[in-house]
Design a protein around this ligand. Structure first.
Ligand code: FAD
Length: 449
């Protein structure tokens, strides 16, 4: 593979304009990172991997011209959204071009059922636009405010709303994708069928460059937010289970946090929302507050905060800023000796599995559970918080969780084929077909090393 010469840089500048080619070493150093710092195992592996230039095309034509030029010169390309991915898969392992889609950010078509958007459209902009016509995103990551649609499709899985709608892998959530192949004359392909979609969803920027995507929308709901405190984790979980069992109750967020996790949320502690010693249940529901209060009292829970639907996404406190992987972020910002797991529980063995873990690890392993639909079934999805000592201890802990029947998607590897959620052969087939020279985001697939 070639490195970027002065004449290639000049060609890139003539395609996208000089201000859209960034070569300043200091800026490149920062742009070449994603949020791999969530993993103390990934940090030493990823640190110091820097692109030679960041290129930001302003149209599909410019993007295709950049891909054509890079392919002709056999220069690696790493697709780039907002850089909020957690696994280092946005890190340019072999240098080359960081191909940033920030300027390709238009909402192309919007109906109450679907949004067709360019890859760099911010999820918050889609949510806000959709609300003006009575619709909303089915689900989004807790990075709603910064993450892009294409970055979410390629690097994410689910989030707020997954308790009702499942994940990116579930049929009917992503309706179509347009992608560019990495060839000297790039092809533009529209993908709609389920089999081909497997080569795109959560491909971590390895198989194709996403140009635009069509996301199914849901009817907008008047979401209210609630935080509920419980003396025990078990009570909080029973209350959460009772809520998710109600099929007709509209729900967007059902998060359970074992104490002391809520104690790391300084803002919530200061406002009395996370009382000392209490497990916390974070909720986004459509329910009258007195009715919820009564239901929580049945499980010995008391509301510590509530916000009516009129204030939803209007600039005030968002409980989702403390859920999903934002939970991990606040814990690690307060104490970098922690990290996290991605660990599903078996629904009817949840309490048994939690007890076994507690007996073995005590407070070295804390429960953070997101209730979500996975392949149609309601699953307690763990994003457990772990005290980190070393890689061996972390691997032993994950092996133990698997030995008691938990399903682990290891977030401490940047190799897509070491993640149990990966789509296997369809990704490898798509890679061979659409990236024949292996230029797209090299270094993140064990099978090709
Ligand atoms: C605090 C925090 C909370 C998070 N919460 C969640 C959560 O709730 N749910 C969840 O699923 N994830 C979550 N994440 C992970 C991340 O936010 C999501 O994956 C997010 O949607 C990524 O979007 P992005 O624009 O930042 O993409 P990036 O991080 O820039 O890219 C992600 C991956 O996609 C590839 N990519 C980007 N653009 C393209 C393109 N146009 N074509 C092909 N490949 C492309 C990149 O190469 C990279 O491998 C969280 C991360 C953080 C830091």
């Amino acid at each position: 593979m070639t490195t970027l010469t002065e004449s290639i840089l000049n060609e890139l500048k003539s395609i996208v304009g000089p201000t859209n080619v960034l070569t300043d070493p200091q800026q490149l150093y920062h742009r070449s990172k994603d949020h791999y710092w969530f993993s103390p195992v990934l940090t030493p592996e990823m640190d110091g991997k820097v692109a030679e230039a960041q290129v930001s095309p302003g149209s599909t034509e410019e993007l295709l011209a950049v891909i054509a030029l890079a392919t002709r010169h056999r220069i690696p390309i790493t697709p780039r959204g907002a850089g909020t991915g957690n696994y280092g898969q946005g890190v340019p392992m072999a240098g080359g071009i960081l191909l940033n889609h920030a300027r390709l950010n238009q909402i192309l078509e919007l109906t109450p059922d679907a949004a067709r958007v360019q890859t760099g459209a911010k999820l918050i902009d889609i949510e806000r636009q959709a609300r003006t016509i009575g619709a909303e995103l089915r689900f989004y990551p807790s990075t709603l405010m910064t993450a892009t649609a294409g970055g979410f499709l390629a690097g994410g899985s689910g989030g707020i709303g997954s308790v009702t709608w499942g994940t990116l892998w579930d049929e009917g959530n992503v309706l179509a994708v347009t992608v560019a192949t990495i060839e000297e004359t790039p092809q533009v392909l529209t993908i709609q069928d389920e089999e081909a979609m497997k080569g795109v969803v959560h491909n971590c920027g390895l198989t194709c460059f996403i140009l635009d995507l069509t996301l199914a929308l849901a009817p907008a709901q008047p979401w209210a937010q609630f935080a509920v405190g419980f003396d025990t984790l078990e009570d909080a979980l029973h209350a959460a289970q009772a809520l998710v069992a109600e099929e007709t109750l509209p729900k967007r967020l059902v998060t359970v946090l074992e104490w002391p996790i809520p104690g790391f949320f300084r803002q919530l502690v200061k406002q009395g929302i996370a009382p000392d010693g209490k497990a916390l249940l974070l909720l986004e529901l459509v329910v009258e507050p007195p009715a919820l209060e009564a239901r929580m009292a049945e499980h010995r829970g008391a509301l510590t905060w509530q916000s009516p639907h009129e204030k939803y996404h209007k600039g005030g406190l968002m409980l989702s800023d403390f859920a999903w992987n934002h939970t991990t972020m606040w814990v690690m910002k307060a104490d970098p000796n922690y990290t996290y797991l991605q660990d599903s529980f078996i629904p009817d063995k949840l309490f048994e599995q939690l007890q076994l873990r507690k007996a073995r690890y005590g407070n070295e392993l804390l429960a953070h559970i997101e209730f979500m639909k996975f392949r149609g079934e309601m699953v307690p999805q763990g994003l457990s918080i772990v005290r980190f000592h070393n890689k061996e201890q972390l691997w032993e802990l994950m092996a133990y969780c698997e030995s008691i029947g938990q399903w682990i998607a290891n977030p401490h590897t940047h190799r897509l084929d070491e993640d149990v959620r990966w789509n296997g052969q369809p990704i490898l087939d798509a890679k061979a077909r659409w990236d024949p020279y292996g230029l797209l985001n090299p270094g993140h697939l064990k099978a090709l090393e």
